[in-house]
Write a protein that binds this ligand. Structure first.
Ligand code: ADP
Length: 388
């Protein structure tokens, strides 16, 4: 094995490095920050690791960067082992760059100096280095600010410098540690688009961590969901949305509500669930039979307020509007009925508080999970396999 991962010049024309993680374990005293992670990211793909605080996202990205050592397991980058029980390649030899939540610019260097610094290991002739730095700054819209110091920039501008610094040396792997968390909503959206465009244009493989599900869905080719040091699902965003592998994944990626029900019919990938005397068609994850109790997880997009006298082809629930929130394009309603409560029920028209409404449910946005008989409290995660 070489003692470094291919230089940027060797991979200028090709895609980034494939990442392979096997049985990765990292302990902090009694805490398993990584409890045995297996993960593959194909060359040039954009992986977003999504999970709540404490789920192990930072630990995983820090072990990829090489600033933390694994206790067990292995990491390969571009086919070379960079981390295992005996070997630990130093961060600067890994052909990667990282963008941090707090920007982490050198305060004593100008904008151009910060970006150019990333090229010092590439042994480029000075004019070529200057050209590349200027081009990277132009791409993030900061060509005019090259001579400023970081303290003379806004937070958004500092993060764009950090982005230019990350891509300028064309590393095979880009790591992003919650880079948008310190920015306000409007700026977040614009910078997210820049991150997506620059990363994809560079051809690098990307690993991006966030606790924000909308950011994850917007950016990812592949989403990995972490729960207490374990990777519970690794899939395309569409698959995570349509078939969340566990109730935890469903909750963390956005639900209107969870309703208790009982299976009354099965039909291939679908089941019919009786919820408060209504029959609803739903997808199912896990193995269920007729008579089994299930939890019906409902995505917000699966709910529609039915106009009067319009039948719902796959079933509907009755309820009373208890709250209305204006969202610009229309209104989100909170509706409570005998089955439970559904939030974020969207309609272009506002329905008054206290009015009775009928909510149609689209089976494509409903998932039934078997209720494990050993469940002892409501926050337990029921681990079930994904039906293929
Ligand atoms: P996330 O990035 O998803 O918030 P982390 O990877 O930071 O999660 O943390 C995972 C778990 O490891 C948490 O329980 C956290 O408290 C613990 N942990 C992380 N870093 C350390 C550390 N340096 N010392 C002790 N415990 C740590």
């Amino acid at each position: 094995m070489t003692d470094h991962v291919h230089t940027a010049r060797e991979r200028d024309a090709g895609p980034g490095h494939a990442v392979r993680v096997r049985e990765a374990v990292k302990r902090y005293g009694p805490v398993h920050a990584l409890a045995g992670i297996d993960l593959d990211v194909a060359a040039g793909r954009f992986l977003v690791l999504l999970g709540p605080s404490g789920s192990g996202k930072s630990t995983l990205i820090r072990t990829l960067a090489g600033v933390e050592r694994l206790d067990d397991g292995r990491i390969e980058l571009g086919g070379s082992v960079i981390s295992d029980r005996r070997r630990h390649l130093a961060p600067e030899r890994r052909d990667l760059a990282m963008v941090f939540q707090d920007y982490a610019l050198w305060p004593h260097l100008t904008v151009a100096g910060n970006v150019g610094y990333a090229l010092r290991r590439r042994r480029l002739a000075a004019p070529e280095a200057a050209r590349r730095s200027a081009e990277a700054l132009e791409r993030v819209g900061l060509g005019a600010l090259a001579d400023r110091y970081p303290h003379e920039l806004s937070g958004g501008e500092q993060q764009r410098v950090a982005l230019a610094r990350a891509v300028v040396a064309r590393p095979g792997l880009l790591l992003f540690d919650e880079p948008l968390s310190n920015l306000d909503a409007d700026l977040r959206e614009r910078l997210r688009v820049q991150i997506s465009t620059l990363t994809r244009d560079s051809g690098a493989t990307a690993v991006y961590i966030t606790h924000d599900q909308s950011e994850a869905f917007a950016l990812a080719d592949v989403i990995g969901v972490l729960d207490r040091g374990t990777l519970v699902q690794l899939d395309r965003p569409e698959a995570v949305y349509a078939r969340p592998a566990t109730p935890f994944v469903a909750r963390f990626t956005g639900l209107a509500g969870e309703l208790p029900g009982r299976v009354v019919a099965t039909d291939g990938d679908d089941v019919v669930v009786c919820v408060a005397d209504r029959r609803l068609r739903s997808r199912v994850v896990g193995t269920v039979g007729i008579g089994d109790e299930v939890t019906l997880a409902v995505r917000p997009a699966a709910t529609t307020v039915l106009p009067a006298d319009v039948p719902a082809p796959h079933g509907s629930l009755a309820g009373t509007v208890v709250d209305v929130a204006y969202r610009g394009r229309g209104y989100d309603h909170v509706v409570t009925g005998p089955a439970g409560t559904l939030a974020a029920v969207f309609d272009q028209r506002s329905r008054p508080r206290g009015s009775t409404v009928e909510i149609a449910l689209d089976p494509a946005g409903c998932v039934a999970y078997p209720i494990a008989p050993t469940r002892c409290h409501t926050t337990d995660v029921t681990v079930v396999s994904i039906a293929s």
